[in-house]
Each structure stands twice: as C-alpha cells, then as structure tokens.
Design a protein around this ligand. Structure first.
Ligand code: NAI
Length: 272
C-alpha cells in the first residue's frame, strides 16, 4: 500500500483520482477547501496561510508520500477574479509540490514517487492567452502574476496558469532534487471533462457555448475517470521512464487542431 495526496479531492477529477487510487488498495489523503467525504485536510489553497495549513495538515498524517496530484483548481469565466485563478491554479498547486518535497523524497526511497500536475488542452487550444501571467508564475512572483492577471479577463488567464504548471514540471522535473531524487514530475492536459467545473462554465452566458465548440475525434467530451486513469498511470511504476511529459487527455482535440505538433503554449522569455 502506498500513500498518495490529492488536492481538489472533493469533486470531479480529484475525487475520481482518489477513488481509483483507493480502489487499487492505496491510502489517499484528500485536501480541499470543501469538507466532504474523502477530504482529510480542509484548507484554502488560494492564500499562503491556507497553503501552509494544507502542508502541515498532510505532514500530521504522514511522513512518506509516494504520489501527489494537486488537482484543486478553478475555471476562468464571467465574474471570476483573474487573480484568484492565478493563486489557486498555479501557486496553490506548486506550494503543495514544493512544500511536500521532503515527504516525496522519503516516499521515493520505496521505489520512486510521482507528481502529476493538472494542465489543460487550453494551453494549445486557446490562442492569445496571457503570456505575462505565465512568465510571472514561472518566476515564482505571485504578486506580479496577480497584477498582470488583474488586467485581463479570467478566461485568458486560466490557460496561462495551466501552461505555467506544465512548463514548471518540465523545467524543474529534470533537476537533481526531483528526477534525480526519484520523484517524477509530469502533467496531464485534459480537454473538456464532465465535472462540476464544466457544468459551471456551460452555464456562463458568454463563454458557455465555447465548451462544446471544440472538435473531438471521439465525438464527445471526457469523463473524470478517464483523466484519473491517465493520472494513475503516470503515478505508477509503469511510467518509471516518463519525466516532464504533457499527456493530452482530450479525445484528440489537440491532434485535430495541430496535426504536426502541439503549438500555442509559448510563454516567451521567463528570465527578468
Ligand atoms: P471541480 O470544480 O469539479 O473540482 C475542483 C476542486 O478544487 C473542488 O473540490 C474545489 O472545492 C477545489 N478547490 C477550488 N478552489 C480551491 C481552493 N482555493 N483551495 C482548495 N481547494 C479548492 O473541477 P475539475 O473539473 O475536477 O478540475 C480539477 C482540475 O482539473 C482543475 O485544476 C482544472 O483546472 C483541471 N482541468 C479540468 C478540466 C475540465 O474540463 N473539467 C479540463 C482541464 C483541466
């Protein structure tokens, strides 16, 4: 039995991932701002205090983590504060990953550990998303990322946070303290997946219709358990040779939009 930590465990993809891992006989420590079945640590990942409480709450329950899935996130759509999207989606996720590095290192001694970040196929599917936000995220400058985000609509900030997560996993994941310590960082990039988040977006009068406008080769949107299955694979020993991957789980949308190679997630220069 291994020990996994899943944020966003109260709903959607996080809940489906936790359920699959538990079904495989593993222990899962759920983190969410909402108290619910399967949530062991209630914390708000949008603030530094909440992130510290989440890390401390997990540490109270285990000193050894074999896998971490920071799935907590919020969508960008009408009425959503762009700055909150930055704080939850990028900085809330990265704070868990870096804050639990010691426990992941201990877990890796048992035959490897994994982290799977939740990117999105919006990083290649939504041209024109805000690059300065992604650049500030990748410079670990939350104040600047929030300032840049505040200038634009949250719908253009959501992909910025997701591209930054995928790039962060690639940039950091190859370093001695991650891959070198037996901790593999990878990302999944789901397309529209039928969770409460997508239901909320569909209800948006402005951006709702866009959800179903993306083509898929399989002729339907995704299911949370399909994304969870990809996450569980990336966490497994079968993925021991996979580092820095961005696995599209989108029914072929990215392949249809970019048949030769993924495009559209260029964030530009990261160094100041
Ligand atoms: P969801 O809305 O069903 O679940 C998100 C969970 O995150 C909820 O339980 C919520 O309480 C939690 N959460 C939100 N803000 C939080 C905060 N400040 N602190 C702690 N917990 C917080 O969403 P879904 O669809 O399951 O999304 C999971 C992840 O997958 C997100 O990162 C999302 O961006 C990503 N994703 C989802 C896609 C979709 O179509 N559903 C597509 C691509 C990526």
């Amino acid at each position: 039995m291994k020990t996994y930590v899943v944020s966003g465990a109260a709903s959607g993809i996080g809940a489906a991932t936790a359920a699959q891992l538990r079904g495989q006989g593993h222990r899962v420590i759920g983190v969410d701002r909402a108290a619910a079945d399967g949530v062991d640590v209630v914390a708000d990942l949008s603030t530094s205090e909440g992130r510290a409480a989440a890390v401390a709450g997990v540490r109270d329950l285990t000193d050894r983590i074999h896998g971490l899935v920071p799935a907590a996130g919020i969508a960008g759509h009408t009425g959503v504060d762009s700055r909150l999207v930055v704080s939850v989606n990028f900085f809330g996720a990265i704070a868990l990953v870096t804050g639990l590095h010691a426990e992941l290192t201990t877990g890796a001694a048992d035959g490897g550990a994994g982290v799977v970040l939740l990117a999105s196929n919006s990083i290649t599917g939504m041209p024109g998303w805000n690059a300065p936000v992604a650049q500030a995220c990748l410079r670990d400058d939350e104040a600047l990322a929030r300032e840049e985000a505040g200038k634009v609509d949250s719908v253009m900030v959501y992909p910025s946070t997701k591209a930054a997560l995928a790039w962060w996993a690639r940039r950091e994941g190859v370093k001695p303290e991650w891959a070198g310590a037996g901790i593999r960082l990878n990302s999944v990039a789901p397309g529209a997946t039928e969770t409460p988040m997508v239901a909320e977006m569909r209800a948006d009068p402005v951006f709702g219709p866009a959800i179903d406008s993306y083509p898929t080769a399989i002729g339907r949107t995704g299911r949370p358990e399909e994304v969870a299955a990809a996450i569980c694979f990336l966490l497994s020993e079968g993925a021991a040779n996979i580092v820095g991957a961005v696995l599209f789980v989108d029914g072929g949308t990215d392949a249809m939009l970019h048949p030769i190679s993924p495009q559209g997630w260029e964030v530009g220069p990261i160094e100041p």
